[in-house]
Design a protein around this ligand. Sequence first.
Ligand SMILES: [Zn+2]
Length: 438
Amino acid sequence: MYALINARIYDYQNYLENGFIVFDKLIHSTGSMVDYVNKGYEEIDCSGKLIIPGFVSGHTHLYSTFARGMNIDFNPKNFLEILEQLWWKLDHFLDKELIYTSSLMGALEQLSFGTTTLIDHHASAYIEGSLDLIKKALIDDLNLRAVMAFEISDRFNVEKAISENLNYINNNHNHSTSGLMGLHASLSLSAESLEKIEKALNNQGIHIHVAESIMDEEDCEKKYGMRVLERLEKYHLLNDKALLVHCTHINELEMDIIKKYHATIAVNVTSNLNNAVGISQIKKFLDKGIRVISGNDGLIPSQAIEYLNIFYLGHLKQKSPIGFSLDDLKKIILNTYEYTNKLLGTNLGKIEKGSEADLLAVNFNPYTPVNKDNIFGHLFYGVYPGFKPEMIFANGKLLMKDYQFINDYSKLYAAARLEAQRLWDIIKKEGNEIEFKY
Ligand SMILES: [Zn+2]
């Protein structure tokens, strides 16, 4: 059993100036050093370090990992063309090996920035068994936690995609992994598809992009005469497990629908900036009492960067330098743990007896006084901007020490580069021949 000693410890609710944590898979005890007794634990001195819980990425796309550095014709004029020219070409060619390798490398990179739990939204023309390949990479091989979903869309065989989600949901429900019913977005799902999903859902939660760009709302109003949230409500797809991603362009009526069903919004502000689709009304969501969580949309491997961007963009959106507070951001971080705990039956995000030992240690040497009231400010302004954990534990297992992974992954990186090149070559050769139907 490990004992982290002489540490500053903070879990977004409680702060300990000089404390200890004793744990294996779960935290057995924690408290002030004056109460610490070594009962044969493997001690790690954490003087000059701050211990915080591992991050959760509330919405990510590990399948997008091999897009980095890819050179294809890319000249989108709107959001749909971003999908057509890039993402729908890439996911079309993902086979078994590519799904496994891109998940492994993407998760490994997010782990290196402190993310120990991921809520993934997967898409590939290879459907059956795809979620188990990601599970092998994340749960079996990296010792992380993950919530999986396959993005059902009219581009794929809808029955097969529904089955893939159901199989995963029914066979995986433990503290390491569970499933949601993945849907791509309203604009890529016909009435027939939504009817099939409605029949299959059986009170499970959906995981869907909502009004990421204005085109999703325009498509819905033009084809169905209603807003996206009204459409999801019509097919009885909303409940307290539903994860609605982005919600950049939803209106007041749709916020009320989300609130009515106690559904959750995952915001991904850096991705929204990148795609130039707009900025969500995050402050308004929070003020209405909607649970808002933070994801990275597969773009930013570091949750700390997302947290920074949520805060600063909050000011811009509110047109006020105090329009979005650190408490607002902290609420989103706490919400992210709370929602994940609901899906996994865990107590992530808390450093207390009985919680899972997913822990990060960062160097911390503040030059202004630190106390329980300002520790989050120290974390935000002093630690998040260059966030790299020095030590990582997931499930009580030491995965990184002195900024180095305990396992040697160098061969994996070399193999991944070959796999990525293989994907790029196929896309270059055959990518322009795909016909999109949706
Ligand atoms: Zn997404």
